[in-house]
Design a protein around this ligand. Structure first.
Ligand SMILES: *[C@@H]1O[C@H](CO)[C@@H](O)[C@H](O)[C@H]1NC(C)=O
Ligand SMILES: *[C@@H]1O[C@H](CO)[C@@H](O)[C@H](O)[C@H]1NC(C)=O
Ligand SMILES: *[C@@H]1O[C@H](CO)[C@@H](O)[C@H](O)[C@H]1NC(C)=O
Ligand SMILES: *[C@@H]1O[C@H](CO)[C@@H](O)[C@H](O)[C@H]1NC(C)=O
Length: 308
């Protein structure tokens, strides 16, 4: 009985010893592995600059190991500047084959699906719009993310009231809403998969009598901003109100800055929203930090002055 009782104790002790040893070996191995893998992944980066022709050949034949930051480069030069008074026609020529999209609007096939005015915005009537437009007196405004046009129409109304008759507002949006947006906008038509958002946006603009000041630029924000830059279209004011996730907000800000005139102002919505883990705020703050700029807030909006 005694032996029987002691035996399990002995075995326990032995097992504990075995487990401890295994544990120590495991820790040492993990550490060594981590150390060497970090060492080897650092090596190529150090050898990378400047790459020798031999290294360039190697990249083609072997698996790429290096993520060069140079891969993040973007076009940095925009086309020759289009004067503000020619911007509307430039956009009409380049995108709409020379004819205003409002000509003969609405098309018969869409007319029955449109409401005289169907508007919904978030933060579209904040004082920030009047504060900035009074200060900047913009000739050209580019809005990134327009949806049904609430803030664009508000800005057009403001420019009119402030005597800025010539101001043009370019509204960049793919006019698709976002996946699932019809859960909240059930009344909006779906015609063979098309949500007719651009037509309803245009209908809202026409209804407000601002079709002479507001143009849709119906493409994704990335491709539209690239092209505006290439065409030499610049803005005094850019308003960012599209994707809330960090990557979208970051790319929208980065690309918008390239079409901003010197001394221009860039601002946007959702600085305080918790959506997408505060992606907008992270992007804005990082951008300001990298470029040594100051972020101000006005209501729900962030504002960065004089980016270049
Ligand atoms: C935009 O991004 C590019 C490439 O990622 C970077 O080189 C550039 O400095 C950024 N521009 C600004 C104004 O932060
Ligand atoms: C574009 O404009 C040209 C010149 O006005 C015209 O001949 C052509 O038919 C138009 N194309 C389309 C697709 O409307
Ligand atoms: C323009 O602003 C005025 C004054 O705030 C307002 O009464 C009017 O409804 C606005 N018009 C549009 C089309 O938003
Ligand atoms: C737009 O213009 C029409 C015709 O002049 C006018 O009846 C209507 O009230 C205007 N709408 C707005 C929102 O100002």
């Amino acid at each position: 009985m005694k032996e029987d009782r002691r035996l399990p104790h002995k075995r326990d002790g032995f097992q504990v010893l075995k487990t401890k040893t295994a544990y120590v070996i495991f820790i040492v191995l993990t550490y060594a592995f981590g150390y060497f893998s970090a060492y080897y992944s650092r090596q190529p980066l150090q050898q990378q600059q400047p790459p020798s022709p031999a290294a360039v050949r190697d990249v083609k034949t072997t698996k790429p190991q290096v993520c060069s930051i140079d891969n993040f480069r973007v076009t940095t030069r925009c086309g020759n500047l289009v004067p503000p008074e020619s911007i509307r026609q430039t956009v009409i020529d380049r995108i709409f084959n020379g004819t205003s999209p409002y000509t003969d609007f609405p098309p018969p096939h869409a007319e029955k699906f449109l409401r005289p005015k169907r508007i919904k915005g978030w933060g579209s009537y904040g004082a920030v719009f009047e504060n900035i437009i009074r200060r900047v007196k913009p000739k050209t405004i580019v809005e990134i993310g327009s949806f049904l046009g609430a803030s664009a129409i508000h800005m057009a109304n403001l420019t009119r009231r402030l005597g800025l008759e010539e101001t043009q507002i370019l509204c960049v949006d793919d006019f698709r809403g976002w996946p699932g947006f019809r859960d909240r906008f059930k009344d909006m038509a779906l015609v063979n998969g098309d949500v007719l958002l651009m037509y309803q946006f245009m209908q809202n603009v026409v209804n407000s009598n601002f079709s002479g000041s507001i143009l849709p630029v119906p493409f994704s924000t990335g491709s539209a901003l690239e092209k505006l830059c290439e065409w030499g279209v610049t803005a005094d004011l850019v308003e960012i109100d599209a994707g809330h996730d960090f990557n979208s907000a970051w790319a929208d800000i980065n690309r918008s800055v390239r079409i901003l005139r010197p001394g221009g102002v860039i601002f946007g919505h959702d600085y305080f929203t918790a959506a997408d883990n505060r992606g907008v705020r992270r992007a804005v703050n990082l951008f300001a930090e990298i470029n040594r700029l100051k972020v101000k807030t006005d209501g729900q909006h962030w504002v960065i002055d004089s980016v270049k």
